[in-house]
Design a protein around this ligand. Structure first.
Ligand SMILES: Nc1ncnc2c1ncn2[C@@H]1O[C@H](COP(=O)(O)OP(=O)(O)OP(=O)(O)O)[C@@H](O)[C@H]1O
Ligand SMILES: [Mg+2]
Length: 304
């Protein structure tokens, strides 16, 4: 056996494991921790319908971090781990929600040291006189170190043409992204067409993002899953008739494909409206039961 039993002066028994065995145990523990971390990633994104590619990106970031640490132990060169991401997707496809979640998860995985989330838009970045924009942008990036800086509707920075200070902001961001790529995640988000145009404003912009993440529009099945999830989360349930009503309505809306359909936000609004309507209905009901409180009926669903 690869183990030694030694009795100490005080009578205590000490078991000494030989190196090989210790190393094996160490490897097993590390392996177990890695599995736990991967499960943790899956769990954190489990509530999001679709979006498997986001999960995959997280696993990739985690894998690279681990391999870098191991290469470092063997004195090998570490890979540069750039986190910066570009999110492209229509309204209500989950860009902001996922960005917030990334801050938490990357912090838990020890990839970001603080995990705070700063959301900014054009007005927070673009100044009113020469030099102010660069300063504002740098300050914001400094504040976001160790966490996530989420710039929504990023294309609005390039909106004002050549004389606009938005360009100054973009140039500053490009420079800063290069200098701060570890322990800092910059996410630029916006609608697909506009973000494509935006990428043309500065030739260095596209290649500085390690991940270009597309958030697709949800189909009927996904929107119905999101509906049920939102209902369950809030401790309600839909009667069959209510569910059918919503399904038929969404099917119709998707068929006509409105220009700015707001995806998951659209169904969230339907649910929130139904909850308010149910409350009003129950107000005039004598002796409200727990079942009444829970059920959203067809009468509660108001659709436009
Ligand atoms: N995959 C999903 N699963 C469950 N809920 C989702 C999903 N995607 C979005 N939602 C919900 O839809 C709502 C809108 O999402 P969010 O605000 O993140 O969208 P967005 O892409 O940032 O939209 P916008 O471009 O209009 O800012 C949120 O309440 C979010 O919880
Ligand atoms: Mg958003």
């Amino acid at each position: 056996m690869n183990m030694e039993i030694v009795q100490q002066h005080n009578g205590k028994i000490n078991i000494i494991l030989h190196d090989q065995q210790k190393e094996q145990q160490c490897k097993e523990t590390t392996q177990k921790q890695h599995h736990e971390q991967l499960h943790y990633i899956d769990d954190q994104f489990a509530a999001f319908i679709g979006l498997d590619h986001v999960k995959e990106i997280m696993r990739e970031i985690y894998a690279l971090k681990l391999m870098n640490a191991q290469r470092d132990e063997y004195g090998m060169r570490k890979n540069k781990q750039v986190l910066h991401m570009m999110f492209m997707g229509n309204p209500g496809t989950g860009k902001t929600t996922i960005a917030r979640q990334l801050a938490t998860v990357l912090y838990e995985l020890n990839i970001l040291s603080k995990g705070h989330f700063i959301e900014a838009e054009r007005a927070d970045i673009v100044g009113e006189y020469i030099g102010q924009t660069a300063q504002k942008t740098r300050t914001l990036i400094q504040k976001a170190q160790g966490g996530v800086l989420f710039i929504d509707e990023a294309y609005s920075l390039g909106r004002g043409g050549h004389k606009d200070f938005g360009r100054e902001a973009i140039d500053t961001i490009v420079k800063q992204m290069e200098d701060y790529h570890e322990d800092f995640l910059l996410i630029l988000a916006g609608y697909p067409g506009e973000m494509e145009q935006f990428l043309h404003l500065n030739p260095g912009l596209r290649s500085r993002f390690a991940y270009h993440v597309s958030f697709s529009d949800y189909n009927l099945a996904e929107l119905m899953r999101i509906t049920k999830q939102l209902i369950t989360e809030r401790d309600y349930e839909l009667t069959d008739a209510a569910e059918r009503e919503i399904r038929v309505h969404i099917q119709e809306v998707l068929y006509h494909k409105p220009l700015h359909f707001s995806n998951a936000r659209y169904v969230r609004n339907i649910i929130e409206k139904a909850i308010r309507k149910q409350a009003m209905r129950l107000l005039s009901t004598y002796d409200v039961t727990p079942k009444d409180l829970k059920q959203i009926t067809r009468a509660d669903i108001s659709l436009e």
